[in-house]
Ligand binder design. Structure first.
Ligand code: SF4
Length: 430
């Protein structure tokens, strides 16, 4: 251990797509009082410049990305490494790195962050300051001499109040982490656990005060399922939801606005009841709700583990419209085992919901790492289905990036084949 702590510079490859997660990590460093220099690189060149410019003893470079971006980010890492002469310790975190640490290490990163990053980043920067072995840091995958990803002990899944969503920055407030549902296409339960962890109302209010103190007036939330706030189980606890919304309103100035159940979050269809809608109408500023339907086929919904069939979807759209919300309804086409008949049922339901006043947000199934369907074959989406989605989009009834996602799906399937599940996994004792 050095007599004096080594100076550590944290350089972030700062991308819009991942700012929320990065802000949480930086907030964890600030909250834990960990000394560090911080530099944000918004391009590869700027990131390399920061790596070269710092006079710190150690340079830790943070990367985070979703699975569809993994290939592009690996190319960028190579460019940054070349531009900065190989200086810096590069770590990739987030859901892709958690699911595919071996691939991340093979792609050139020095470390992969596994799981929730707050306690890992705090321990990692401290270990660099004290020149301690990185095997003492929880939640890492490190290459051994054979190139195999060795895992350190798991990072803890702490109560959400342990760290703020942001500190000295802004963004949506994360009110719930983890998800008790088991949708087989979704990375959330794998990454954050199968139980809800809710931020306390007091902590949410403190976040709102911080935003208001910096002159901001709009509040948004991150949660897997908005109306589950405060509830441990499948049924909403509307008393807790009202306590949250009323508390937030009290912290806001009169012209302040609360957005709940809309971007970047959504609601489950069976939670959309007249009582819930009346409650939201009293507090929220959003005129739309994002509702997850995913399929018009009860058979596909059952196979995907959604925990509901199509009937609450129709009810949710009708009830939301009756209460003055425009529903944006998520659909996924090409889920494993989906037949042409199932797709026809989805198109029929999408058309019916559009008639009721909904907009359809269309997605193509992607076999995402870490999910139960990582290795599943996407169902074929014939031209006729694509054309029908285009027709809905041209009428203004649908939107989404389903064509791009189909390309991502093909690339993810290639990665899954190259890295068979649970291959070459070892654990350190560190
Ligand atoms: S899709 Fe939504 S409800 Fe389903 S597991 Fe993911 S976060 Fe939970």
């Amino acid at each position: 251990m050095p007599d004096v702590a080594l100076a550590v510079c944290v350089v972030v490859r700062y991308r819009k797509a991942v700012t929320y997660g990065v802000h949480a990590l930086l907030a964890a460093l600030d909250t834990a009082g960990v000394e560090h220099e911080l530099r944000l690189g918004t391009t590869a060149e700027e990131t390399a410049d920061h790596i070269l410019a710092t006079g710190a003893d150690r340079v830790l470079v943070l990367w985070s990305f979703y699975s569809p971006d993994a290939e592009a980010m690996a190319a960028e890492l190579a460019a940054v490494s070349e531009l900065s002469g190989g200086r810096g310790l590069h770590i990739a975190g987030g859901v892709h790195a958690t699911a595919e640490p071996q691939q991340v290490l093979d792609s050139g990163w020095d470390l992969a962050g596994i799981g929730e990053g707050e306690s890992t980043i705090v321990s990692l920067v401290r270990a660099l300051q004290q020149d301690e072995p990185l095997t003492t840091v929880p939640g890492l995958a490190i290459k051994d001499a054979d190139g195999v990803a060795l895992r350190t002990r798991p990072a803890p899944q702490l109560p959400l109040d342990a760290f703020p969503s942001f500190a000295g920055r802004s963004g949506p407030i994360e009110i719930t982490r983890g998800c008790r549902y088991t949708c087989r296409f979704c990375q959330t339960p794998f990454m954050f656990g199968g139980q809800f962890r809710h931020r306390s109302v007091a902590s949410v209010r403190a976040h709102v005060r911080e935003l208001v103190g910096r002159g901001l007036r709009d509040v948004r939330f991150i949660t897997p399922t908005s109306l589950s706030y405060g509830s441990p189980g499948p049924d909403p606890d509307l008393g807790k939801v009202e306590e949250l919304l009323a508390g937030v309103k009290e912290e806001l100035p009169p012209h302040g606005r609360v957005f709940f159940g809309s971007f970047p979050s959504e609601v489950r269809p069976e939670h959309v009841t007249p009582e819930a809608m009346r409650l939201l109408k009293r507090y929220v500023a959003n005129d739309n709700l994002i509702i997850g339907a995913q399929s018009g086929s009860d058979r596909v919904l059952a196979a995907s583990g959604r925990g509901h069939d199509t009937s609450p979807v129709r009810d949710a759209v009708r009830i939301a419209v009756e209460h003055g919300f425009r529903p944006n309804v998520d659909f996924i086409f090409g889920m494993p085992g989906e037949s042409q008949d199932d797709q026809a049922q989805s198109l029929q339901l999408a058309g019916d919901l559009a008639e009721l006043g909904a907009r359809i947000h269309t997605h193509t199934f992607m076999p995402l790492p870490g999910t139960p369907w990582r290795d599943a074959e996407p169902a074929f989406i014939p031209l006729a289905t694509m054309s029908e989605l285009d027709r809905l989009a041209q009428r203004g009834d649908a939107y989404g990036h389903w064509r791009k996602q189909a390309e991502h799906a093909a690339r993810l399937a290639e990665t899954a084949k190259a890295y068979p599940r649970r291959a070459r996994r070892r654990r350190t004792t560190g």
